[in-house]
Design a protein around this ligand. Structure first.
Ligand code: SF4
Length: 398
């Protein structure tokens, strides 16, 4: 499986020539003009970058070529522009703190090549039953005490929610309980249909995470058990139910720079930009097909964040998995370039995560502060705590 996936031919490149003289490692195919600091020659195409810098509102009609132009701007110019736009749409001191809890680990039937939770790979991970409602709410309480405003507590290793009525009932109780504490609630449960999305909305769900992972072209090299379009269908169901969408990607899956452009193009041309765009750096897990992968270069991460900030100016950009491998200065560069959310706590699904104390100290050094809920969804708590019973009858279920 590993060999098959890794040797599968990659999609066509945007341009065929690679210039070895370029001064940074992630740009596609052309040298920088020292006068303009642009990769593309001056002219019509260059206006996409300029337009993005002066934009007053998000737009969803981006072409891949326009996004490639932004992505290919020299990093020093790109990050400066992203920082400028970031200040127009966000308070640069406010960083959303989210805590992630896995409510059911492992045993997943999908074949995502990077994932420790797939039952197809021997990673030594033991599958668990679903956590009880009480234990999730206790973890949410601790997260809130430590400054988290969003509890993305509920990652569950499932393909979809078909035939999981009891699980859905308990998850709704978790959502309602988290919202009753005055926090935002996010879940990631695999594919969901329109009806399930409506039920979760009624329970008070703030956001649903469903990453597209990479570009449409590179996607089949990473996952074969569900299609890109199936992922987009879930995102559509979530958007139509009025739930905020959190969708982004993973860098370091063997993709090329033009796949970062493709990823941003997919999410920025949805009917509405996602509320949140997580940027994950692959943490290679031994036993998975991508377990021996080389780390993605930092400039590729920074370039992706800065491009996403310019292309989706209002979206919250989440520095997600892999942050614990970055020195503080690198994290700050990401915040300067437009990232404004982190996962904090003890563990991110099956990989390590920066701890609360470490993050608090970093915030203090740099004048950062946790983002308030009103700054993200701008919504007051509206869900009745009586809608669902969150008592102890919800025990651990399979
Ligand atoms: S990423 Fe999600 S769907 Fe894919 S194998 Fe892991 S748990 Fe399953």
């Amino acid at each position: 499986m590993a060999t098959r996936l890794l040797l599968r031919p990659l999609g066509p490149r945007l341009k065929a020539t690679r210039h070895s003289t370029r001064p940074f490692s992630t740009v596609l195919d052309a040298p920088v003009d020292p006068k303009t600091q642009q990769i593309t020659p001056p002219g019509r195409a260059q206006s996409a970058f300029k337009d993005a810098v002066v934009a007053e509102a998000p737009r969803t009609n981006w072409t891949k070529e326009q996004i490639a132009e932004v992505y290919n701007t020299s990093l020093i110019e790109l990050t400066y522009a992203a920082a400028t736009v970031h200040r127009r749409f966000h308070n640069p001191a406010a960083i959303q703190m989210c805590t992630l809890m896995n409510i059911k680990t492992g045993g997943c039937s999908e074949d995502c090549s990077y994932c420790a939770q797939s039952s197809r790979y021997d990673t030594g991970l033991k599958a668990t039953k679903m956590s009880s409602v009480d234990s999730v709410l206790e973890a949410a309480r601790i997260a809130k005490e430590n400054g988290s405003s969003r509890f993305c507590a509920m990652g569950a290793a499932w393909r979809d929610m078909r035939g999981r009525k009891t699980n859905l009932k308990n998850i709704k109780a978790m959502v309602t309980g988290v919202r009753a504490m005055g926090m935002e609630a996010c879940v990631t449960l695999g594919m969901i249909d329109a009806e399930q999305a409506k039920e979760l909305k009624a329970a008070g769900l703030t956001a649903y995470n469903h990453n597209v992972d990479t570009s449409r072209e590179h996607y089949p090299s990473v996952i074969t058990t569900r299609t890109y379009d199936e992922r987009l269908r879930t995102i559509k169901n979530v958007q139509e139910a009025g739930i905020h969408v959190c969708t982004g990607g993973i860098l370091g899956l063997g993709e090329k720079a033009h796949d970062h452009v493709g990823l941003i193009h997919t999410v920025s041309t949805l009917p509405a930009h996602p509320e949140s765009f997580p940027v994950n750096a692959l943490v290679p897990i031994k036993g998975t097909p991508l377990g021996e992968s080389q780390s993605v270069s930092f400039d590729a991460i920074l370039r992706t964040i800065a491009t996403a900030r310019l292309v989706m100016p209002k979206t919250i950009i989440r520095l997600a998995a892999g942050r614990h491998t970055m020195r503080e200065e690198k994290q700050i560069l990401c915040f300067q370039a437009g990232a404004n959310a982190i996962f904090t706590g003890e563990k991110m699904l099956t990989t390590a995560c920066n701890g609360w104390e470490e993050d608090k100290a970093m915030f203090e050094r740099w004048g950062l502060r946790p983002m308030a809920m009103e700054e993200t969804i701008g919504e007051k708590l509206v869900v009745s705590t009586e809608t669902f019973d969150v008592g102890s009858e919800h025990s651990t279920v399979a």
